[in-house]
Ligand binder design. Structure first.
Ligand code: 7PM
Length: 285
């Protein structure tokens, strides 16, 4: 078993993952935000990020490409127009540690030049040119598990082995490919990809067995906030999923997660800190 590096070097920022941290979700897809240059929406995004930082988010994750199941792809230019103005202001005005949710090599290059500190790629650097862009920009990268593309991933996801084994094998392979391409393992985080090409049963089992992934020796990130696994188990609409989500968050921390990607930062920080305090008690020699 390889040891986990606790401090990630994220451009000008350092991210200490020796305890669990929160990544706040900042959506800049057209549902919440119109085409580049719409200042009201841009100001709203900035205010929301400021609030999340005040509530204890260590990272702000900016996403300009909708990864919603069945979503159609956006052009490189559209993604750039949505993401760049937000990254610029988050870095310049709030000095935030900014993560960018992207699979696009050109976007990785641009945001790193603008001072972003992390790349969050739901496609685990499988797009042509993404490995080279990640190697060149030198930022930490979160590699997430997903089968297929957002457009088709929820059409009867099937695994020939237990889902946690499939995820383990996929992520191990991506780590090897990254290292061969010059993306050092000290820069990698791993994410099982809850809700991506998985049934509710897959998602529940994957969380229960998530400690399996610790054998890769890299920090684990998870995103379960408001996802349909909560909706399906509890019969709750999107806006009613926070209590269920907090329960999942607490379990994820117990199972080894160190970066939790959430919408509701304040409540999540409390749930995580409470859980962590319990886990720390009795671990001293
Ligand atoms: C619709 C469906 C909109 C799903 C948004 C989503 C993850 C992520 C997302 C995750 C990492 C959401 C997802 N989920 N990045 N990006 N891990 N690393 O619910 O689980 O936010 S998008």
């Amino acid at each position: 078993m390889t040891t986990t590096a606790n401090i990630l070097h994220c451009g000008r920022h350092r991210l200490d993952l020796s305890y669990p941290r929160v990544m706040g979700i900042l959506n800049v897809t057209p549902d919440s935000f119109s085409d580049g240059g719409c200042h009201v929406a841009l100001d709203d995004a900035l205010h929301h990020a400021e609030k999340m930082l005040a509530e204890g988010a260590a990272v702000i994750d900016v996403g300009g490409e909708s990864t919603r199941p069945g979503a159609s792809p956006v052009s490189v230019q559209q993604e750039m127009d949505r993401v760049m103005p937000v990254v610029e202001r988050l870095v310049g005005e709030l000095d935030a540690l900014v993560s960018v949710d992207t699979s696009t090599p050109e976007v990785m290059q641009e945001v790193s030049a603008q001072g972003a500190g992390m790349i969050n790629d739901v496609r685990a650097l499988r797009r042509p040119g993404a490995l080279a862009a990640a190697a060149h920009c030198g930022l930490p990268v979160c590699l997430m598990h997903m089968l297929g593309e957002p457009a088709d991933m929820q059409q009867a996801p099937h695994y020939d082995e237990p889902v946690e084994q499939a995820v383990l094998h996929f992520l191990a392979e991506r780590v090897a490919v990254c290292e061969a391409a010059g993306v050092r393992r000290e820069r990698l985080l791993l994410d099982p990809g809850f809700g991506f090409a998985k049934t509710v049963e897959h998602n529940l089992r994957l969380l229960n067995r998530m400690a399996t992934l610790k054998e890769l020796g890299l920090p684990l990130m998870v995103g379960m906030s408001r996802k349909s696994m909560i909706g399906k188990v509890l019969g709750r609409a999107v806006e009613e999923r926070l209590p269920g989500g907090l329960a999942l968050t607490s379990l994820a921390v117990e199972r080894g997660a160190r970066l939790l990607r959430v919408h509701d930062v304040g409540p999540s920080v409390d749930a995580i800190n409470m859980t962590w305090n319990v886990l720390q008690e009795g671990t001293e020699l």
